[in-house]
Design a protein around this ligand. Structure first.
Ligand SMILES: C=C1C[C@]23C[C@H]1CC[C@H]2[C@@]12CCC[C@@](C)(C(=O)O1)[C@H]2[C@@H]3C(=O)O
Ligand SMILES: O=C(O)CCC(=O)C(=O)O
Ligand SMILES: [Fe+2]
Length: 337
């Protein structure tokens, strides 16, 4: 078939009729998803601590219901995202981030670590400069949209802290055992959009990765696409449960727990007929230059710390130098205590 050269830009993937070679991934039989599902945990369950602890140890990912986040707020962030991604490529690029780790429109930060391009576009809300981009995108509705984002951040931060203290309890520690508990930072929001794709079985929305966070709270609308990887099982699709949010354990929690809980490898697949939006709240924990390290109550002569202390910013720097080898970069070579 003669190939027509199409104009490929991150902002117009949804209009492409063929999958460009730079977006064509190779898949093997081990890439097919198996019939399994991650736990759905009701936060009102009297056994919530045990349930969360088990889910963290066996999966590193689970869904939560009765989380207390108003549905209206989630819907508002979703429709804000839709308005944004519906704009023309030119307008979206006016809000492009200058650097992939900071606020603005663009490709995921991890893009350079993959051979092929990912079928997605997104907007990162990391620092106050997102408001300048919002002003460019929505000169009239700017205040309203910034308000929605600030409210969402506030709610997510509270939920993240509740989850942290419950998961710590399951490990036999409390938030008081971590020095920085009084000094939590607000997390980063990443709005993800996966446009319709002409050949979803050969494309990838977001390549396999772990989040660098303590934990990530993800709203995946009513469209599935998220898959998590478990060593003994393989790829498992996280089916959307109406009203539920997905929690992914990130690298910093693995470090805090001295390796007791794992950060979950996950990815996003795409769809031929329907585009998909997801909203990730990536929670990095302590603000500023506070160091994150294996919790002192967990480590001791019997179980020495296997990782050295790192700040969130330092960890991000390491991650985006060595990507999947970041744990090796901070591992203590001869743990003694
Ligand atoms: C604060 C963060 C955390 C980042 C980098 C930076 C801003 C955007 C986050 C994400 C969002 C999408 C997946 C990921 C893997 C990516 O490429 O960008 C995330 C990454 C990480 O968790 O490492
Ligand atoms: O879109 C999804 O379901 C996954 C998003 C994700 O992994 C991320 O933003 O870090
Ligand atoms: Fe992720």
């Amino acid at each position: 078939m003669p190939s027509i050269t199409e104009d490929v830009s991150i902002g117009n993937l949804g209009s492409l009729q063929t999958l460009p070679d730079s977006f064509t991934w190779k898949f093997t039989s081990s890439d097919s998803a198996v019939e399994e599902s991650v736990p759905v945990i009701d936060l009102f369950d009297p056994n919530v601590i045990t349930l969360l602890g088990d889910a963290c140890k066996t999966w590193g990912a689970f869904q939560i219901s009765n989380h207390g986040i108003p549905q209206k707020l989630i819907d508002d962030v979703e429709s804000l995202s839709k308005t944004l991604f519906d704009m023309s490529s030119e307008r979206k690029l006016e809000a492009a981030s200058s650097d992939k780790g900071v606020s603005g429109y663009g490709e995921p930060r991890m893009t350079p670590f993959f051979e092929k391009k990912m079928w997605c576009e997104g907007f990162t809300i990391a620092d106050a400069s997102y408001a300048d981009h919002f002003l460019t995108l929505w000169p009239h509705d700017y205040t309203k949209y910034c308000g929605i984002i600030e409210e969402y951040k506030g709610e997510m931060e509270k939920l993240a802290s509740r989850l942290l203290s419950w998961i710590l309890s399951s490990l036999g520690v409390t938030v008081e055992d971590i020095e920085w508990a009084q000094n939590m930072s607000r997390g980063v929001i990443r709005l993800n959009h996966y446009p319709v794709c002409p050949e979803p079985e050969r494309a990838m929305g977001l390549g396999a990765h772990t989040d660098s966070t303590i934990l990530t709270i993800l709203h995946q609308s009513n469209m599935g696409g998220l898959q998590v990887f478990r060593e003994e099982t393989g790829w498992v699709t996280v089916e959307p449960v109406p009203g539920a949010l997905v929690i992914n354990i990130g690298d910093l929690f693995h470090i805090l727990s001295n390796g007791k809980i794992m950060s979950v490898v996950h990815r996003a697949r795409v769809n031929q007929t329907r585009s998909r939006i997801s909203i990730a709240y990536l929670w990095g924990g302590p603000a500023g230059d506070v160091e994150i390290k294996p919790i002192s109550k967990i480590v001791g002569p019997v179980e020495p710390a296997i990782y050295r202390p790192v700040t969130w910013n330092e960890y991000l720097r390491i991650k985006y130098e060595v990507f999947e080898k970041s744990f090796d970069a901070i591992r203590v070579v001869n743990p003694t205590n």
